[in-house]
Design a protein around this ligand. Sequence first.
Ligand SMILES: [Zn+2]
Length: 388
Amino acid sequence: MAQAIEFNLQNFWRASAALGLSKTSLIETAQKAAHDYPDCILEEIRAISRGANLDVRELLAFNLCQGLVAPDECTVLFAMADATSAGKTLFLKNSDKIGAGSMVGPQFYQHKEINVVLSVRDRQSPAFIGVSSAGSTGLKMGVNEFGVAAGTNIARTVELGKRAVDTTQMRALDRVQLAREGLAKETALEAALLIAARVTENPTATPGNLEFVDARTGFIIEGSYDRVAVQTVKNGIASRSNSFQVLRELNNPGDVSSYCRYVRTQELLESVRGRLTPELMKQFSQDHANGPGPNSICRHGSHYEEETSQSAMVVEIDPEKPKKTRFWIALGKPCHAWVNSEGWVEGSMDKLDWLPEGFLNGDTWKRFWTEEPNLKADSDLGLAAEAS
Ligand SMILES: [Zn+2]
């Protein structure tokens, strides 16, 4: 795994350089931001640096400035109990990521960031599992043993497009770290209250959404530089792509992909409302309508700098026995990983001890990551045809 972490760290520095951000200034920004994170996260970052034999200041910048340099893109869908077949809340996130501009060469996996499964069990906080980039303590998406699921997405606003706000000078927070912090709570409400307060005090480095969902309620926190909105979802369905819905007047009207993906997620969820299953959520994760390309839910690119899908996770929350909450994680391109028995793993929150090695060290991601769309999967699904 040390190799995967080193790869991601080098990728991070190349991406920073492409944005004109120097290593020294990012390390300084991270050192200032470190005051706003719990000690256990800082200790974990120190431990990763010892384990991987990498500079601790560099890993601190990689962890706390990730949202500034290469924020998570992504599509999030969820359905409350009344909208699902089994009466159990369902949650899906496809994680998308931009490639680093100056990375060239076949060994760089087309310039993307190696995704791994992160599972943490300690005595101080609830156990959780989710998807992370190798070397990061933050979570792209995940679920804890109380049945609280979390996700994040950057929002492509007009301000972001203009880079109008310089967050390197603020104590700006990192969304993937906040997703993990929220999972230290026992309900989605507690997580949403904590994180909404955190982003009210200090904004995230880029505008975006954080979702916390449990068996009863879903919360979507939309946060920009100077405002925060919270949407509460008690029944029915909800989704987000890389834009706001409550704060929609801030969205960049030129962002076609977020518009296409939001409309498509709503269309898919509505088409089977009341009958939603984990299998259908996995199919939505592979959906190629408006593509396959940058505008489909399963995102593909022809140029390495485009944001494309890197991993996916489906959660089915058990309202009676949260520890029986089930999850499915696919690493690599969703339309390839979900259709190969070695590309995804299924588990439940009471059995986190066993995970195939490739999901932990990055090998599964490397095997199933490609930009080539799996068109055979489309014809097998039949869903695209049905919904369109
Ligand atoms: Zn695909």
